[in-house]
Design a protein around this ligand. Structure first.
Ligand code: NAD
Length: 312
């Protein structure tokens, strides 16, 4: 199998490359390094079954025969997609269409890394795949949410009209080693602040909830879904639900930091609650996450410690 991972130099994409190589596949990683880093794939430099191409997937491309296209390219953190709004819209729309076209041309399977952001600030809790979401289509976050909703629509259209064998994961918050330290996501923010001796910033009153999936669990779910016959979106995340304040406390505990918590105003359209209903993935794939939040934070500690010292 020769597989393409777009965005493979990013956090999740690089872990996916590792998992696919461990399954004896040949991996072609294409990324434009907008938010990804070569360090994430530096350990694969001497791997003969691994190849890196610098490529913006918004420009048409063809790397020859492929068996699977995993489309993970997209800014993913609020800091990145708010700063790179147009690029985010482009990669979700034009970029996704280009990747689908490559899959169609080579009769390859296609996998879309979609997101829980498709549910917006949800009125249904926990979120099941049947929920259509509550997204502000013109708010600041819409550049990400709507580009992923478009990407899902495009993927289903290629499945229906061109019979491409497609799969869609709605990925919920994932964390672990290689998460960018300055990307504004909850865990990286708290880890950076706790390890750097700064106050932990909690937006709003900290009662909004999130669920956090350790990266090895997330990738195991993705790989399992990729090998399934399911074409409709499937939630892949950890259903353990924490308030943001509880998460801050867990980070303080694991890091042994004595930093205080500081409260700041809530950004516009920030979801009040997020928790995946993973019944479908459990039944369909027999998959469920194994690593709880405190264990995952422990497993990520060394990476974050090094990252904080290197960027200081
Ligand atoms: N990490 C999460 O918690 C999470 C949650 C939901 C969905 N996702 C999705 O998973 C995917 C990967 O997320 P991540 O956390 O690894 O993000 P990341 O920012 O670490 O990696 C994204 C990668 O895509 C590349 N990229 C962006 N635009 C590109 C373009 N036009 N052409 C080629 N490459 C491009 C970046 O340079 C980077 O290598 C994204 O599609 C994201 O929407 C991630």
């Amino acid at each position: 199998m020769r597989v393409l991972v777009t965005g493979g130099a990013g956090f999740l994409g690089s872990h996916l490359c590792d998992a696919l190589l461990a399954q004896s596949q040949s991996v072609l990683c294409a990324a434009n390094l907008l938010t990804g880093r070569m360090e994430n794939i530096a350990h694969l430099r001497r791997e003969p079954r691994f190849e890196f191409r610098e490529q913006d997937v918004c420009h048409p491309f063809d790397f020859g025969k492929l068996d699977y296209v995993f489309h993970f390219a997209s800014p993913a953190s609020p800091v990145d997609y708010l700063e790179r709004a147009i690029e985010t819209l482009q990669v979700g729309s034009v970029g996704t269409m280009n990747c689908l076209e490559v899959a169609r041309k080579h009769n390859a399977k296609f996998f879309l890394a979609s997101t829980s952001e498709c549910y917006g600030d949800p009125l249904e809790h926990p979120q099941r795949e049947t929920y259509w979401g509550h997204v502000n289509p013109i708010g600041p976050r819409s550049v990400y949410d709507e580009s992923k909703r478009f990407a899902e629509a495009a993927t289903m259209a290629y499945h229906r009209y061109h019979k491409v064998d497609t799969h869609i994961a709605r990925i919920f918050n994932t964390y672990g080693p290689r998460l960018q330290i300055n990307d504004g996501r909850v865990i990286s923010n708290f880890m950076r602040q706790a390890l750097g001796g700064e106050e932990l910033t909690v937006y709003g009153d900290g009662s909004q909830t999130r669920s956090f999936c350790y990266v090895s669990d997330e990738v195991a779910g993705i790989v399992s879904l990729a090998g399934s016959e399911e074409h409709l979106p499937t939630n892949i995340g950890n259903p353990g639900e924490f308030t943001i304040t509880e998460c801050a406390q867990a980070v303080l505990e694991v890091t042994g930091s004595s930093s205080k918590i500081r409260f700041e105003p809530l950004p516009q359209d920030d979801p009040k609650q997020r928790r995946p209903d993973i019944s479908k993935a459990r039944q369909l794939l027999g998959w469920e996450p194994k690593i709880d939040l405190r264990t995952g934070l422990q497993m990520s500690l060394e990476y974050f410690r090094t990252a904080v010292h290197t960027t200081a």
